[in-house]
Write a protein that binds this ligand. Sequence first.
Ligand SMILES: [Zn+2]
Length: 427
Amino acid sequence: MSKVVSLQCLRCGTHCPADYRGTGCAKCTGELSSNLRAQYDPEQVRAWSFGSSAGRVRSLWQFADMLPVDAGDAVSLGEGGTPLLAAGNIGKQLGLDNLYVKDETRNPTQSYKDRVSTVAVSYARQLGAPVVATASSGNAGASLAAYAARAGMPCVVVSMKGAAGPILTQIRKLGAHLVVMDDKLQRWPLLAAAVERHNWFVTSPYSAPVVGSTPIGIEGYKTIAYEIFQDLGRAPDWMAMPVCYGDALSGIYQGFVDLKQAGVIRTIPRFVAAEAHGSLTQALDSGADTVAAAAVKFNSLAASVGAAQSAFQALQSLRNSNGVAVPVNNDGLVGMQESVAAQEGLFLELASVMPFIAVRQLREANIIGKNDLVVCLATASGLKDTDKSTADFDELPITALPVDDVLEDVVAVLNHQRSSVTAARLK
Ligand SMILES: [Zn+2]
């Protein structure tokens, strides 16, 4: 059975039973609401080994000792073990000598949410939950649908109007039951009622103010930190990622805490939260211990991180890591997506390029140094939100010219591009 011995509140430290099915700490309510963290037997924690990667399978489940479920009980599609790529070209553009991209688009459903789903669905199956469900019509919904299909469990995804088209297609093709609510505020009450009456296992948040996703699933994110350590042999100086409710931020932070407690790294990286609306920036600036909805709201193209309010778990990880939050609006988002794609061969969703913009700002302000080792987390594939990222595309002309003329035109365009690149390099 599960190795989790209890769930502990991130804010007040109160423990509750491992199989507690509420969302967040029962004592910390209202604006003080807080998520919980899975706790393990301290004897087992002392035995955790993060040694050499030699001989280990490149999979999230190589770290099963540090996860709630044993590898033999895992519902797996081959997630984790994603590459950490040196990104010298885009690094040069941002003024950084040591920029890396952790490419999470290589996961089974092309997003980092698979690290949550593999752990959460494995756990839900062990519990005997009749249904898994989420209020996400984004990457989390597509990922949960895939792992539920793999486990042979029914999956309900509660969506709203305006979700990204390609992801909705992914969810439907994976066989989940998709419910689109006219009033998006009714999504969480629907799931709360389903937990109460039908014992569904819900992976997303479903109560306000938001605390974050199921703490069991968030455990999966720790493996991102473990893998980065395996590849670098050290912790990066900076760890930058797009942030909404802060599940990944909180999970990856805990992963580095585990590595530090095991004595294999000396310092925890400073985290950079690239957020759309600025609720974390607001809280950090004011010294608040709670996260309020951002004062400025707009329609972010980065649909994956579109919520205007983050959660306490994100604020706490940022504070504890001496991190920073950077609001990133729509300006230059599509341009950065195309820069990263054309210069590094990485086609990332719009939310995934927000960290590059945040890091550029921090470099310009000399908060990040030229030689600092920076890892940007590429959370999901650019195929996920093409309906948002290609609005400015011209329709491609169809040519009826003879082959010789077409070839001549193409060569002329390539020569022009090459001479502009050379001119730019000589500058
Ligand atoms: Zn509490």
